[in-house]
Design a protein around this ligand. Structure first.
Ligand code: NAD
Ligand code: UPG
Length: 333
């Protein structure tokens, strides 16, 4: 009998119908890496998933569903995006956040160990560092989350670190700074109309889809008084995920990596850049500080370049803002 070629191994992407997960599915597809996604479409959209990728509609907290998909699709690695992401909501409903972000991650990791999946790329966040005044924030900065969202993510990080030596589960933990922008080819973008992220809200205000942008706080200890953040283009972030997967598939060791450019922009610089690329004025009002906003969060971003060979391609603020605006224009008003 002739040998059948081995079926290619698939990566299971949880939350692939969401903002970042859908960009990663496109990056995987572009790189010829087969994937399958589980998404309950609570915030995600079916249309965001590339045609070539099977979408299994369901909950990542279901051990039965995970087993079915992992066995049925020959899954050898997981990228875990599914979760709840709104910081103030996590303060109001902490247990819901611990359930969706921590308990469901436990179910997923347990399924991985049971079914022999030994590689995980995990979506973590700069929120694990809390309100640190370190600039820049490297990966050795002590973690001290100040809200249940950050704590729920840090708990999953800890499970991964403990499961490594105990079960041979290798992981790349990616701590994202401020993710923004949209696929340069216009295939996907941030589509949640109620999203609270600065660049999204500023684009909506510019297009008249919100009355105005509120600029939260002008008396911070920064050069222009507004908060500074490290905005990373979602397509560069997607590429980092592909590299993290390849690192693990080559047998690479577990890593914890910041995802940012190591450079900050203030709220006013973002607004000015959007006005420059659009040639229009952003309707904006000055408002009080938003509770819990640290003045400055900038990534120490050397490690990801050194360990994964990651070279950002879209790191100009004007490109980030231009892609976000183009995507926003493409959405039905
Ligand atoms: N957007 C950011 O700025 C940012 C920053 C840091 C970290 N992250 C992390 O990145 C990940 C993706 O964020 P995003 O911005 O793409 O959010 P998103 O809400 O667009 O995507 C999350 C996806 O997961 C799905 N989902 C949620 N709970 C699920 C469940 N129990 N079972 C199955 N599917 C479920 C949603 O339907 C959605 O498609 C999250 O884990 C988030 O914590 C995001
Ligand atoms: O309508 C708005 C929205 C935001 N901002 C300001 O813009 C900055 C960025 O805010 P936002 O885009 O909401 O992001 P962050 O609060 O910095 O949090 C993001 O970035 C973190 C990592 O740095 C992630 O952990 C979070 O999930 C993600 O929401 C902050 O100074 C806000 O005060 C405004 O002035 N007006």
């Amino acid at each position: 009998m002739l040998d059948q070629p081995a079926a290619p191994r698939r990566v299971l992407v949880t939350g692939g119908a969401g903002y970042i997960g859908s960009h990663v599915l496109h990056a995987l597809t572009d790189a010829g890496i087969p994937a399958v996604t589980i998404d309950n479409l609570s915030t995600g959209r079916r249309a965001a998933v590339p045609e070539a990728v099977p979408l299994v509609e369901g909950d990542v907290g279901s051990a039965d569903l995970l087993e079915q998909v992992i066995r049925g699709h020959g899954v050898d690695a997981v990228m875990h995006f599914a979760g709840s992401i709104v910081v103030p909501e996590s303060v109001e409903k902490p247990l819901a956040y611990y359930r969706n972000n921590t308990v469901n991650s436990l179910t997923l990791l347990d399924a991985c160990v049971r079914l022999g999946v030994d590689k995980v790329v995990f979506s973590s966040t700069a929120a694990v560092y809390g309100a640190t005044d370190r600039v820049p924030i490297d990966e050795e900065t002590p973690t001290a989350p100040i809200n249940p969202y950050g704590a729920s993510k840090l708990m999953t990080e800890q499970m991964l670190r403990d499961a490594g030596p105990a079960h041979g589960l290798r992981s790349v933990i990616l701590r994202y700074f401020n993710v923004a922008g949209a696929d340069p080819a216009g295939r996907t973008g941030q589509a949640t109309p109620t999203a609270t992220h600065l660049i999204k809200v500023a684009c909506q205000a510019l297009l008249g889809r919100r009355p105005a942008l509120s600029i939260f706080g002008t008396d911070y200890p920064t050069p222009d008084g507004t908060c500074i953040r490290d905005y990373i283009h979602v397509s560069d972030l997607a590429e980092a995920h592909v590299l993290a997967l390849l690192h693990l598939r080559r047998g690479g060791e577990s890593l914890t990596l910041n995802c940012g450019y190591g450079r900050g922009a203030s709220v006013l610089e973002v607004v000015r850049t959007l006005e420059e690329v659009s040639g229009e004025k952003v309707p904006a009002t000055f408002a009080d500080r938003r509770a819990g906003d640290p003045p400055q969060l900038v990534a120490g971003a050397d490690r990801i370049r050194e360990r994964l060979g990651w070279v950002p391609k879209h790191d100009r603020l004007d490109e980030i803002v231009r892609s976000a605006l183009a995507w926003e224009r493409s959405l039905p008003g």
